[in-house]
Design a protein around this ligand. Sequence first.
Ligand code: FMN
Ligand code: SF4
Length: 515
Amino acid sequence: MTVTFYVPQDAAALSVGADEVVEAIRLEAGRRGIAARVIRNGSRGLFWLEPLVEVATPAGRIAYGPVAPEDVPALFDAGMAEGRGGLGPTEDLPFLKAQTRFTFARCGVIAPLSLADYAAMDGWKGLARAIAMEPAAIVAEVTKSGLRGRGGAGFPTGIKWKTVLDAPGAKKYIVANADEGDSGTFADRMLMEGDPFHLIEGMAIAGLAVGAEHGYIYTRSEYPHAIAIMQAAIGLARDAGYLGASVMGSGRAFDMEIRAGAGAYVCGEETALLESIEGKRGQVRAKPPLPAHEGLFGYPTVINNILSLTAVPFILDKGAETYANVGFGRSRGTMPIQLAGNIAHGGLFEIGFGITLGELVNEVGGGTASGKPVKAVQVGGPLGAYFPPALFDTPFDYEAFAHAGGLIGHGGIVVFDDSVDMAKQARFAMDFCAIESCGKCTPCRIGSTRGVETIDKIIAGRDVAANITLVEDLCETMKFGSLCALGGFTPYPVLSALHHFPDDFAKAPRAQAAE
Ligand SMILES: Cc1cc2nc3c(=O)[nH]c(=O)nc-3n(C[C@H](O)[C@H](O)[C@H](O)COP(=O)(O)O)c2cc1C
Ligand code: SF4
């Protein structure tokens, strides 16, 4: 009898030795005369257990992790090949069991490039339904689901698609934003590496909905595994007729290609991204015109984060109401939340909006990895606010976060223990803005550098009160005078650090963060 092992080929698993574990399993199985088949799946998103090895048994898959190559002989001794020992059934692991996986249902379960696996788990059903619908009806279904953009701004996806559908244009484009520059985020990468046909299906539906025949996936060269898998998946989907001149025999065309940028944070901003695809320097365009009216190469363009696009096949297949029935307030459906930083159980946790920040950090994430008390969490990437534990009852919801002076962004949560110095974090936010600024507008280009200098004076204990006032004033200018959210939102981390952790700004003079 052949024993089937699953070992992820996701970059996170590879970084902690998944390839070496595969070698060890093959070697040990061979030594014992056990016929072994190793399937390289995506990650389940339980990063503290990577490399997570699963063994197929009649009772489902049994999980083992984290597995080091040198653990493998002992695991075989303990009956791993028969599914004995280990962590029990993977699906019963509390971190997985507590999730509502609409978008990540297949991730970590299927072999990423198996068309058969994809189809067996509801793949292409949303696209098949879309083919049978009028474009306006597809757009209406997405609007009804309440889906909001997962790239940061939370803009209603249906409204964006309707704008492009209604825009006159000889051509239209779909652009999938997979630049994923936010700190502590990895959902886009995990999805491309673990379930690549899903993105292809979401983009094809978007194409049918607005009348676009060509799409681009924009990602960063820092994601080589995702690029290789997506590239292979596009080829397979094309050969199988899911892409090309007649998508699933519909007579309607849609095809796509990948563009990799060098990895500049600002190239995730939609207009800088378009410049980058067009082969220019990644600099923000003034709006209007909106990309929906005049986007890529001047044509009406849908730009969506890939989590927005991959929510759509589920919506089309299971119905807008099924999606909209989950959620909180005006935030409908699920959010793939990414737990990172100093956290015991880091990884991907997809759940309906409404779970509180405290539940996420303390219950799901198990508190800090260091075992020290949590001091702050930054939510929503480098432009997101720092939240103290006093705000942990904030529900994960666009409006509730805005009300608390923060943002959800792409769903990244970075946890810090009580050893963090929040004045240095404020400096880091300004420094990040100075380094990543595209240079187009003065408040961001110059303001961020002045911000670093002023926070350095505060850290050095020079005219602290006056310099804090100056930083607040500078933040006001950046917030209202910047062309895009890089300069406009940098005040969020700076001011939240200042307001929630004032003691860190009034300490004795100390070395600067850069040292
Ligand atoms: C500086 C900056 C960086 C951004 N980076 C990303 C990114 O990496 N991925 C992303 O999807 N959106 C990013 N955005 C938001 C995009 O401009 C845009 O709102 C988004 O791609 C729209 O897709 P959605 O409606 O599906 O969210 C960024 C915005 C700014 C201002
Ligand atoms: S805010 Fe910064 S990144 Fe945005 S357009 Fe201005 S200079 Fe460029």
